[in-house]
Design a protein. Structure first.
Lengths: 313, 266
């Protein structure tokens, strides 16, 4: 059994009228089955309102299922009376960096989780030091969070979760409110944790570029999981993804359009290097890299940008 | 514009006073305030002055900054002085129309002035050398006995520290909303008092909605990080008395004792 397993998971949001009677139910999750192995990097994709955040909240028992069940390391979230024991195993990072930092000093915020778990003082300091080191925030330990950039704040939030030593870390659109630099910082920090700690990562996002390195991708639409597979498998189905109102990475889209125009390109191109090498098969001994083409062929990348720009709102 | 606001008025420096346990400083300030109301003779005030002066020297804070706190209470000081001066009955010294200044009034006003100035100076030394968070911690620790009569001590202190964290964020947000509304043609400047209050509505409504949203997010983030009340919670920075705290308590005790003895003897 994997670290997170869901069976026929269903969840309804209820809307109450003034008398406390159920006025309206909205199905947010419908018949979701999951089996995530320890150490995997999972990405969950979906447009707004597809139920991906609701699913994430089930994974650390902020919500409990209306139907079916979800197990975190074999504990059924519906049956455990002390929910914080589940939350300790599956930590969650939220979208808004400001709204999840509790203390006025970085190190105190990172220590908040261990304090709640009842870790002795000496060990809290060790955990905080370690977590800040791993997210590259050690130099800011005595700063006020108000003076940090968005990416730095989000790294503090990740450190705050890591200090709890979870088996699994769930990131609910952690980069949605960040600039490109902040996004890169956060993703690098996550990648580093996965490499050095072997934590299971569940990344919820609607940025396609972020899921390329995932082991497995789930695509959600109106509460259901509609596609599962490796990033390559998912991104080779450009039309299906568009049907679920999702974009594919720019390079993948360019490759797809080229193929439609008659150029011989394989399906599911994920990086610029792959596309360059696919387009230049006659010189396989000299594998081109992205750096070598950015200066020589700016038109190609510009074309890709223009093509996707129309579709992004 | 609001980025650099500091709450309370902590002045970072490296002094014995800064390093004292916040509880010591809190209790010390209370003791000092009691003492200046116990003293009522000139030698007594001299003792208090020497005490306050040495504390100021120990704090390594420029006196200019310490006395800045007095500006805020200047009006209060003036009104108190006038009332004491004019309304105390006793042996008349001067008569100006219906106004009469008495000897008792004069001494009373003098005493009140010294007491108020010392009170404000003493407590601003505490807030200048202690961060708001340390103060919150001290209050939680000092109020702990009240838990027995079901005062939610931990919750109160948690609320205070969260408020301290969010005040600058909400200030910045207010600034942002204000600019956004001005860009849409809102007017926060003109009109009388009532009109001005009415004009605040387009500012307050979005601000409140956003504050509630933040509160909701924060509650969820706290739960996600295993927050389940004050029970079985450990502290990352527990307050611990040091040798210097015991010495400070000793000095304070001596100071209070002097105040009481002088009062009894005179």
């Amino acid at each position: 059994m994997g670290i997170i397993k869901a069976l026929k998971l269903g969840f309804n949001y209820l809307k109450y009228d003034d008398d406390g009677k159920v006025e309206e139910t909205r199905r947010a999750i419908d018949d979701v089955n999951l089996d995530i192995e320890a150490g995997e990097f999972i990405a969950i994709l979906g447009h707004n309102g597809s139920g991906k955040s609701t699913l994430a909240k089930h994974m650390n028992a902020l919500l409990t299922p209306t139907e079916g069940a979800l197990w975190v390391e074999g504990i059924n979230t519906k049956e455990e009376p002390e929910l914080w024991k589940i939350r300790q195993k599956a930590g969650m990072v939220f979208q808004n960096p400001d709204n999840q930092i509790i203390a006025s000093v970085v190190e105190e915020d990172v220590g908040f989780g261990p304090e709640n778990m009842g870790v002795p003082t000496q060990k809290i300091w060790a955990r905080v030091g370690e977590a800040l080191g791993k997210t590259g925030m050690s130099t800011y330990h005595a700063h006020s969070p108000n003076r940090l950039s968005g990416g730095q704040k989000q790294r503090v939030a990740i450190a705050g979760i890591m200090a709890m030593r979870p088996k699994c870390i769930i990131l609910d659109e952690p980069t949605a409110m960040l600039d490109p630099i902040g996004r890169r910082e956060v993703l690098e920090a996550v990648e580093e944790l996965r490499r050095s700690e072997g934590v299971t990562v569940i990344l919820i996002t609607h940025y396609m570029e972020e899921v390329i390195r995932a082991d497995r991708v789930y695509v959600m639409d109106s509460g259901r999981i509609v596609m599962t597979g490796t990033p390559r498998e998912i991104f080779s189905q450009v039309d299906t993804l568009r049907h679920y109102r999702l974009d594919v990475p720019q390079v993948t889209l360019l490759a797809y359009e080229l193929k439609k125009a008659g150029v011989n390109v394989p399906d599911g191109i994920l990086t610029m290097d792959e596309l360059v090498n696919a387009l230049l098969p006659e010189t396989p001994e000299k594998a081109f890299t992205a750096e070598s083409i950015t200066t020589s062929a700016p038109d190609e990348t510009a074309a890709a940008v223009n093509m996707t720009a129309e579709r992004r709102d | 514009m609001f980025k650099d606001i500091t709450l309370g008025q902590y002045y970072p420096a490296d002094s014995v006073l800064h390093r004292l346990d916040p509880r010591t400083k809190f209790v010390g300030t209370l003791a000092f305030i009691i003492a200046i109301f116990v003293f009522h003779t000139i030698p007594g005030y001299l003792v208090a002055t020497v005490f306050l002066g040495s504390v100021i020297l120990l704090s390594r804070i420029p006196p200019k900054i310490i006395f800045k706190g007095l500006k805020g209470v200047f009006m209060l000081l003036l009104v108190t002085l006038l009332f004491n001066l004019l309304l105390t009955p006793g042996e008349p010294l001067m008569q100006l129309g219906f106004l009469r200044i008495t000897r008792e009034g004069l001494t009373m006003a003098g005493k009140m002035a010294i007491r108020l100035i010392y009170l404000v100076t003493g407590s601003s030394i505490m807030t200048l050398t202690t961060t708001p968070n340390q103060l919150t911690n001290a209050m939680e620790s000092l109020m702990r006995p009240l838990k027995r009569i079901h005062v939610p001590v931990h919750e109160i202190s948690m609320m205070m520290s969260i408020a301290l964290r969010f005040i600058p964020i909400l200030m910045e947000e207010t600034d942002k909303i204000m600019k956004a509304q001005i860009a849409r043609g809102a007017d926060f400047e003109s009109g009388g008092l009532i009109q001005k209050v009415k004009n605040m509505i387009p500012l307050l409504v979005p601000l409140f909605i956003s504050a509630f949203r933040r509160a909701n997010d924060l509650a969820m983030a706290m739960e996600a990080r295993c927050y389940h009340g004050g029970e079985n919670r450990t502290q990352m920075k527990p307050l611990r008395y040091d040798m210097r705290d015991y010495i400070a308590y000793g000095i304070l005790g001596g100071f209070l004792l002097v105040a009481v003895i002088m009062r009894v003897l005179s």
